[in-house]
Design a binder for this molecule. Structure first.
Ligand code: HEC
Length: 201
């Protein structure tokens, strides 16, 4: 009887221990940054970002830029919810924050200014995905550029590059440093939820 009881206790202990071991890494993973660097310092393209908080979509169409805008697409900007929450509380993004700016072209233009007419009116509608720029906060790794690294995974339709090396100050960080150093290197003034807060919560 004693041995029988002991076996049950050990069995329950083993099940509990394996449950703990199996679930623990998952919990830890959730708190990790989505920024994954390989041994050469290249950043991997994050996954799942289209389900993050969609904070805004600036648009700089060709029609308003002499037909040759640098980025004629919509700029869809995504940030993970925990990082949005932290920004709203503290006015700064946590270490490891990744901000994805994914471009989508304007949908099949029928007018020279890039617009088309739909039942809602003449204007611009989201077309195909066309590239990714990304920033990641890591104050140690990117100490020289105000704690943020800048990466581009291509300016073209899918598929994007799987990994990217850090872009130069001239290509990226310089303009953000000159204009938005005071708002954690991010153009929060264009993203209503970051600028005005989330009053729906
Ligand atoms: C000439 C200035 C300038 C340069 C150079 C520049 N950016 Fe930006 N960036 C902006 C502006 C302005 C916005 C917000 C408005 C918009 O998207 O049009 C922005 C937005 C972003 C965002 C969305 C988050 C945020 O900060 O608002 C990311 C990510 C980003 N840029 C990455 C990059 C990367 C990567 C490069 C280099 C490949 C780059 N930027 C080069 C001006 C610049």
């Amino acid at each position: 009887m004693k041995n029988y009881l002991l076996a049950i206790i050990c069995g329950v202990g083993l099940v509990a221990a394996s449950f703990f071991l199996l679930t623990r890494p998952v919990a830890a993973q959730n708190q990790q940054s989505t920024a994954v660097f390989d041994s050469a310092g290249r950043l991997k393209l994050p996954t799942g970002y289209r389900r993050w908080v969609f904070v805004g979509a600036p648009l700089t169409p060709n029609a308003l830029n002499n037909g040759k805008a640098g980025f004629p697409e919509y700029h869809h900007v995504y940030i993970q919810e925990t990082n949005v929450d932290a920004y709203l509380k503290t006015g700064a993004f946590p270490e490891g924050t990744v901000i994805v700016k994914e471009l989508t072209r304007v949908l099949n233009p029928t007018f020279p200014d890039g617009s088309r007419t739909e039942p809602s009116g003449r204007g611009y509608f989201n077309g195909e995905y066309n590239g990714i720029d990304l920033t990641v906060k890591d104050s140690k790794r990117f100490a020289g550029t105000n704690g943020w690294g800048f990466f581009t995974f291509g300016h073209h339709p899918l598929p994007y590059a799987e990994s990217a090396t850090e872009s130069s100050v001239a290509e990226c960080a310089g303009c953000h440093i000159a204009n938005v150093a005071k708002t954690d290197m991010t153009w929060v003034q264009f993203y209503p939820i970051l600028r005005d807060g989330d009053k729906t919560k």
